[in-house]
Design a binder for this molecule. Structure first.
Ligand SMILES: [Zn+2]
Ligand SMILES: [Zn+2]
Length: 234
């Protein structure tokens, strides 16, 4: 069960993450997802709550399935979870296969069957990440009143677009959201200038000019729109 930390602990964690650059919510989310996967020990897998969660989500999403595979000692846990998942698939596709002619004439139709095979819940690692992002977006909306936090966020390059949209959607004061959007627009404007500079220096007439901070602006632009690629940093 998640034990709420004191708000000032969360504030300190957010500020420390801001200093690392890039969307802080992406970093905090990735950290939460990673520690959840690390916690999926054999004992944890036997926990009924965890098993029920993984059953509803039909295992992990693609990204977290791959990450879980890399966790040391995860083989038996994965086998236990997926034995149940595959048993469920067999159960949920149990059809009358004896008469091929009538096969799809009866219900469920293939489309209904496909719908029934959809996971009923978000991948549990994704869920931990989403909870963490919402919690820290809330802290950020409280903290954004401070100029030092606004400066740090601007220097970090602002939030990525998905996390900005999250922060604008959750409960929080309109004034805090206005301040956040102001920071975000300044960060976008600065990034745009760097992109223009990068494009200019790629022109053969200016090729000899040394590259400055704009050299990786194209990567930061990708991060700004879809979120940090933390695998790249690893
Ligand atoms: Zn983000
Ligand atoms: Zn996931």
């Amino acid at each position: 069960m998640f034990k709420p930390k004191l708000s000032h602990t969360l504030q300190a964690e957010l500020r420390e993450t801001l200093e690392q650059g890039g969307c802080p919510l992406c970093r905090l989310t990735a950290r939460a997802e990673e520690s959840f996967l690390d916690s999926l020990t054999y004992e944890r897998i036997l926990d009924l709550g965890t098993r029920a969660e993984l059953k509803r989500s039909r295992g992990m999403c693609l990204r977290h399935a791959r990450a879980w595979r890399e966790v040391h000692g995860s083989a038996l846990g994965i086998a236990l979870v997926y034995e149940v998942t595959i048993k469920d698939l067999l159960h949920d596709t149990e059809l009358e296969l004896e008469s091929p002619l009538k096969f799809w004439e009866t219900r469920p139709t293939p489309v209904q069957l496909a719908e029934g095979l959809e996971p009923l819940a978000l991948c549990p690692a994704c869920q931990r990440g989403a909870d963490t992002a919402a919690r820290f977006a809330n802290v950020l909306l409280q903290d954004i009143q401070k100029e030092s936090v606004r400066t740090a966020l601007e220097q970090a390059g602002g939030l990525c677009l998905p996390h900005l949209r999250l922060a604008l959607t959750i409960r929080g004061s309109v004034e805090a959201k206005r301040l956040l959007l102001e920071v975000e627009r300044r960060a976008w404007a600065a990034l745009r200038i760097e992109l223009q500079e990068f494009i200019r220096k790629n022109d053969y007439r200016f090729r000899d000019e040394p590259q400055g901070s704009e050299r990786d602006s194209w990567l930061r632009a990708l991060d700004a729109l879809v979120g940090l690629n933390l695998d790249r940093d690893a």
